[in-house]
Design a protein. Structure first.
Length: 231
């Protein structure tokens, strides 16, 4: 059989320290997963985790040592950064218990859940879906995936973002409301996870707007840094 249009390219993320890549199937994201960020968004307390998605081709791959160039998106005047730890699923499953969840993680990366906050805010107000705020092209910059066999599984570790050299976000993975294992437990009751799935685990406090020309440098302890310039 032949296709009637060009085959969409597969999104592939380099695996650190190797020539192999991680093919992306789905991109799940966790909302409001650090207490201080939930507060800055007007919420308090521990609510059950909730999820949204980005399309796989919204993932913008930034190779090791490179500075990715993210086009400033259309139809927004309030583009926000959200620095996040990303877990990459290596083994699928459904109804995965938290105690088993780490066995399903191939590795970890630094990601940015870039957000058109004005469009997301309007969607929230109107009770509409979040796609236009969250799932636009280039909205998910990501660095190389580091094998969990080398980094260990993330239950703690510093996470931060600076913009033009000034600190904007800073926290610790231990402050996740729902940690990686618990997130997988919940998510796998809603969807059957598959190899190639990414989970953006949520952002700490300090989200704010960026402009064309700004340089974003995100760091997660043990994963190096993710550099993105808005163009
Ligand atoms: Mn986020």
């Amino acid at each position: 059989m032949t296709h009637v249009v060009a085959t969409p390219p597969l999104t592939e993320i380099p695996v650190a320290g190797s020539s192999q890549t991680f093919p992306v199937r789905r991109v799940y994201c966790v909302g409001r997963n650090y207490v201080e960020h939930a507060k800055e968004m007007g919420f308090t307390g521990r609510e059950p985790p909730f999820f949204f998605m980005k399309p796989a081709d919204a993932v913008m791959v930034v190779p090791e040592g490179a500075t990715g160039e993210m086009p400033y998106p259309t139809r927004t005047a309030d583009l926000h950064h959200e620095i996040e730890l990303v877990a990459a699923i290596g083994t699928g499953g459904r109804n995965i218990a938290a105690a088993e969840a780490h066995n399903h993680v191939f590795g970890y990366a630094i990601g940015l859940d870039m957000t058109r906050r004005d469009l997301q805010g309007e969607a929230k107000k109107q009770g509409r879906p979040w796609e236009v705020g969250k799932a636009f092209d280039h909205s998910g910059p990501i660095g190389p995936i580091h094998r969990a066999s080398e980094t260990g599984h993330y239950v703690k570790g510093a996470i931060s973002l600076e913009v033009n050299g000034a600190p904007r976000q800073g926290s610790d993975i231990s402050l996740l409301i729902w940690n990686v294992a618990e997130t997988i437990e919940h998510l796998s009751t809603l969807f059957e996870l598959q190899p190639g799935d990414l989970i953006y685990t949520g952002t700490p406090e300090g989200v704010a707007a960026v402009s064309r020309g700004d340089l974003l440098v995100g760091r997660v302890e043990g994963l190096g840094e993710l550099r993105v310039r808005l163009v």
